[in-house]
Design a protein around this ligand. Structure first.
Ligand SMILES: Nc1ncnc2c1ncn2[C@@H]1O[C@H](COP(=O)(O)OP(=O)(O)OP(=O)(O)O)[C@@H](O)[C@H]1O
Ligand SMILES: [Mg+2]
Length: 359
């Protein structure tokens, strides 16, 4: 008996460039987002003429090219000129003013950050950046714990474009006036891709990633339909990769509908956001366990239980943690308007088993 007899040899792999299916792989072209990219470029262009740029607030659902479009524009800008600094910060990972300024120092190549306070570091950054102009992109902006850094950049960096990205349109309404009146951003909404656009995007990605002609048309159509239903290209990338892996596990030289079906079943363990970013703080784990235990509940009731169990975050921080759990697909947030208490949110726990039946 040979346990490995039917395994495909490495030169028989169905993948040509599996990295092209990574969520943060930036393709050479970003079709269907040209309008948004041109608009972003027009907000940045004044900087090239040494004038002030315009700020932009981008919102839209998960997995529809917001980050990719901005990174694309920043890449083009860096290729075009050395006169504008371009900074990209993911506030999910860098969620305080201190972490953000350290990140920007790193991007500037400034290494003497040890033992320096946020304000000192800011002075250093200001000194360097104000010699030129700058574009700052703060992605997942709703995940930051404090906005001191934003105020400082708005107030003390002279020629700039600040781009803020979030899934939550309402984030901007909760901003205090001090920041809002300085930011005055252009608002850009990213809408979900249509079925045709989704197909187009996945086709190009599959051409990068797979050996030619390994996909059966029906299997590919299944991946496209499911991705369109989820309105999330990341889910499509997950399905493409999992279908390929499944075909390889079965030692098949083509990817067939059965392989795509298995991949769709595996979607149950797919979380919309990058799993490695979730890394829950202790406090969020407490909140999640309360939600799991109590079933569907109003956000206010969950907050009361949370405080009763020693939770000490203020309500605003608690709300941010709830949003983060929802963005990680661990819970569902449902907004109810017009009840006896006005607007409230109903929260429920998501388990992977339940999600499977939704496809
Ligand atoms: N038009 C497109 N062409 C090619 N790939 C795309 C396109 N739009 C999105 N993608 C790919 O889909 C994935 C998700 O896109 P992106 O990271 O930009 O989503 P997002 O809108 O920022 O989502 P989130 O709000 O969850 O951060 C990325 O791998 C990206 O390269
Ligand atoms: Mg993003």
């Amino acid at each position: 008996m040979s346990l490995f007899k039917d395994t495909l040899r490495s030169d028989q792999s169905l993948f040509m460039n599996e990295l092209a299916l990574d969520y943060d792989f930036l393709p050479k072209l970003l079709p269907y987002r040209e309008t948004q990219q041109h608009y972003l470029a027009s907000c940045i262009k004044p900087l090239l003429a040494n004038r002030n740029g315009r700020n932009v607030f981008i919102h839209g659902a998960s997995g529809i090219g917001k980050t990719a479009a901005v990174r694309f524009v920043l890449r083009d800008l860096e290729e075009e000129t050395d006169e504008v600094h371009a900074f990209y910060v993911n506030c999910w990972q860098k969620n305080t003013s201190y972490k953000i300024i350290i990140d920007i120092c790193e991007q500037l190549g400034y290494r003497l950050t040890h033992n320096k306070k946020t304000e000192e570091l800011f002075e250093i950054v200001k000194g360097i950046v104000n010699k030129k102009c700058a574009v700052f992109c703060f992605d997942e902006i709703d995940k930051v714990e404090d906005l001191d850094f934003l105020y400082s950049f708005l107030e003390h960096i002279f020629k700039k474009t600040i781009i803020l990205i979030t899934n939550h349109k309402e984030w901007i309404d909760e901003l205090d006036n001090r920041i809002r009146s300085r930011l005055l951003p252009e608002v850009v909404e990213f809408k979900a891709y249509t079925e045709k656009e989704t197909q187009g995007i996945l086709k190009i990605r599959a051409e990068y990633a797979f050996v030619p002609n390994v996909w059966s048309e029906d299997a590919f159509a299944l991946v496209c339909t499911n991705t369109t239903a989820l309105c999330d290209i990341r889910a499509g990338l997950f399905l493409l990769r999992q279908s390929g892996l499944c075909a390889e596990e079965k030692s098949s030289k083509r990817i067939l509908p059965d392989h795509a079906k298995t991949a769709i079943e595996r979607l149950g363990s797919f979380t919309t956001k990058r799993a490695e970013d979730i890394n829950l703080e202790e406090d969020s784990s407490l909140i999640l366990s309360i939600i799991k235990e109590q079933g569907k509940q109003k956000i206010g009731d969950i907050f009361k239980t949370y405080m009763g169990r020693g939770g000490n975050a203020v309500y605003k921080t608690f709300q941010r943690r709830i949003r983060k759990l929802a963005d990680s697909n661990l819970i569902t947030l449902e907004k109810i308007t017009g009840g006896a208490e006005g607007t409230t949110s109903i929260i429920s726990y998501n388990d992977a088993e339940k999600k499977l039946t939704e496809f």
